[in-house]
Write a protein that binds this ligand. Structure first.
Ligand code: ZN
Length: 289
């Protein structure tokens, strides 16, 4: 059966959930039992170390990679992209389907007739950015850390399949849950004012003072790491609400845009960081019913 424009009719809604900054080992340490219902939790690698390029990459249809050896990149892309047949419930999608725009929302919207919706938490992804292409709706949420608010406003249609991308901020510094008062958020010297401004200053880096003295101690870093783990535990319950919200035939992918450094080799955060932990992300996907 073909779509009226001659494209395949897809059987699935597709929801892509991105836990911002969620490092693979934080995710595993949280033992998310609801999320595990989707499938095996894989360790994968992000193509980029910070939010904007990583989301661009995800929206190009390239999920975090498996770092395969003895294979050309072009072969990997083509093979990886075939996974969209399973995600969308289609039969004849291939990498070249995306040419020339190379942008998943535009392809889903224009060629496959999807209703495309983005709900984002981080101001660097705001609706005025170039990422907002091919979307029917694109919203920067009021709070940077409230996935539940996103789930509660998700609407699906019987006539038209939906694609959602949810950029989730609870796992981003300061790893705060929506009901935690900002006065109680942990503060790191030199890192503040993040969410009121466009520049997402918490992109990390090697944090040393001029005297080469460390700005933070291991105890503080461990506390921050625990907060990220707690955020994942909390989100696991919100994901259960997501599972209850989505119709049958919804395929869900949960991953992160990049990892996070918690003091390893003097690094905190993400962005201008060259360290394997900034690329390690969780990846899990599947269909519940
Ligand atoms: Zn990010």
């Amino acid at each position: 059966m073909l779509h009226k424009k001659g494209s395949p009719v897809c059987r699935n809604n597709f929801v892509l959930v991105v836990f911002d900054s969620c490092r693979y080992d934080s995710f595993v340490r949280a033992r998310p039992r609801n999320i595990k219902r989707l499938g095996k939790i894989e360790k994968r690698w992000s193509y980029a170390t910070w939010t904007s390029p990583s989301h661009y990459n995800l929206l190009s249809g390239l999920m975090p990679h498996t770092s395969p050896k003895h294979v050309y990149a072009s072969e990997y892309y083509q093979k990886d992209f075939l996974r969209f047949n399973e995600r969308l419930g289609c039969d004849n999608i291939e990498f070249r389907s995306l040419v020339p725009r190379m942008y998943l929302p535009a392809f889903l919207h224009d060629s496959l007739g999807y209703r495309t919706q983005a709900k984002v938490s981080l101001p660097v992804l705001n609706p005025r950015t170039l990422l907002n292409t091919g979307f029917d709706s694109y919203r920067l949420m009021e709070k940077h850390n409230d996935m539940r608010a996103m789930v509660r406003e998700m609407r699906f249609s019987e006539e038209q399949k939906s694609f959602f991308i949810l950029n989730v901020g609870e796992t981003h510094y300061p790893y705060a849950l929506p009901d935690e008062p900002p006065e109680q958020w942990p503060r790191i010297s030199g890192v503040h004012g993040v969410f009121k401004h466009m520049d997402d200053r918490v992109v990390g880096g090697k944090m040393l003072t001029k005297s080469k003295e460390k700005l933070f101690d291991n105890k503080k870093m461990e506390e921050l790491r625990s907060r990220q783990v707690e955020a994942v535990k909390y989100l696991d319950n919100v994901v259960e609400e997501l599972f209850d919200t989505v119709p049958d035939d919804t395929y869900i992918t949960i991953t992160a845009d990049h990892g996070e450094l918690f003091g390893e080799e003097g690094y905190f955060g993400h962005g201008p960081v060259q360290h394997e932990k900034v690329l390690e992300v969780p990846f899990v996907e599947g269909k519940l019913r």
